[in-house]
Design a protein. Sequence first.
Length: 472
Amino acid sequence: MARNAPGRRAPLLLFGGLAVLGAVFVGVGLRRLAGGPMADPSPATSSTPAAPSSAPAAPAARAAGPSTGVVDLVVDAPPATDTPDADALCPDCDILLVTVCSLRKDHVGVYGQHPGLTPALDRVADHGFFFDRAYAASNFTLASLTAILTGRFGSSSGVTGWDKGLGEGVPTLPEILGLYGYRTGAFTVDAPSGFRPDYGLHRGFQTMRIIPAPRDTPDGRFRPGPIGEGGASARPVEEWLAAHPSSEDVPLFTMFHTRTAHFPFVISDAGADEDPTGITRLLWEAGRQQAAAMADRAMPGMAGGTAQRGVVALNGRDPLEIALEQGGQPAVEMWRRRYAEAVARMDEDIERVLDALDASGRADRTIIVVMADHGETNDEHGEMLHGDGYYDNVVNVPLLIRVPGLAGSRQPIDALVSQVDVLPTLLELVGAVPPAGIDGVSMVPLLTGRADAIRGVTLVEGGVARHDADEI
């Protein structure tokens, strides 16, 4: 939980979840890396639950992918039963929602610490808004994406760990927009993100495409073939926007989740032989043996909610953890350098999406929101990645918003906001009615200058990450 307090800029955070994670937060038992083979997960199951009365019933899918791997899901659009408020700031405007996995706020150029690293993201901030105190609802992807798509914290949606997906009775943003006549599409790569049907996050998307991780991504680095020119994760978004040009009189909701900045950061072993710390080589090799040993099993985020075990066994220490300890600051700096390179490659994904939006003729009527699901620690506080601790570099995330007709600001908005505030903000902007019972609050008063604050408290909650079960 974060509170505003007079004379204090940084919020006080109080976190929910397992007691062990509270111990981790205060610095007890932090791991730099959580690696090692997992225990066998139970077989995944997938279903499409009936939607609540405040959201449309999900039509039957015409085509769907398997419970793990690629997904090519298409369902019929529901009948448009609602009309947007004509007095809204942007009625019937298109929406582009981009979620970025593992993106630290200080690595987005507009925030000032790494100028020039993310020119495409800076394009969104130009004539738009960026927030200095936007907080993730959790420290791992599944819970954060669920919060963005439902406007609910994990304690409200039920999604606080890898062991549970989104259940019945919780309307999603694409379900609501479908009632207002929107065509909805979701796009990502095949990797352990939880953004897939098994976890219920497909609900309301009339199109969901999950493609094999391209060669120019860390997830696809072992695939054969050339790396290419970059930004390949965005190809399905380009195709979607090209298939729906501005001549169509139908509003679009497009969601793109990119993992190009995710661990292990590298896409080749270039420079490994010249790296005296050995970090580049170990990043390149990270997970190779594990992936081969587990080819017939799903990682958390791919196995399907309610079936995947939340606590898994660890066997030995990860070689990267040992190398970082032995290599000292030079090893840490090499780790951070490879991370920054991954962020720059991720920005190429964003560039291709923005260029495709321009080419479609829809850019002038599109609301754009870019937000990280969580950040990364990079050896601050003795942790290297995410999923264990709740430090600011993991949960204080970048948030960029551009709205047609609003001038924006080149100064950051200092108000406290959360991922759960995205849903009510977008619905108010386009003139749609938010569902009852959500935790989110619209950020529109901040964007229009009618208010300096919308909330005094926010939650950052977590469930079980990878831990040695004997230590819990």
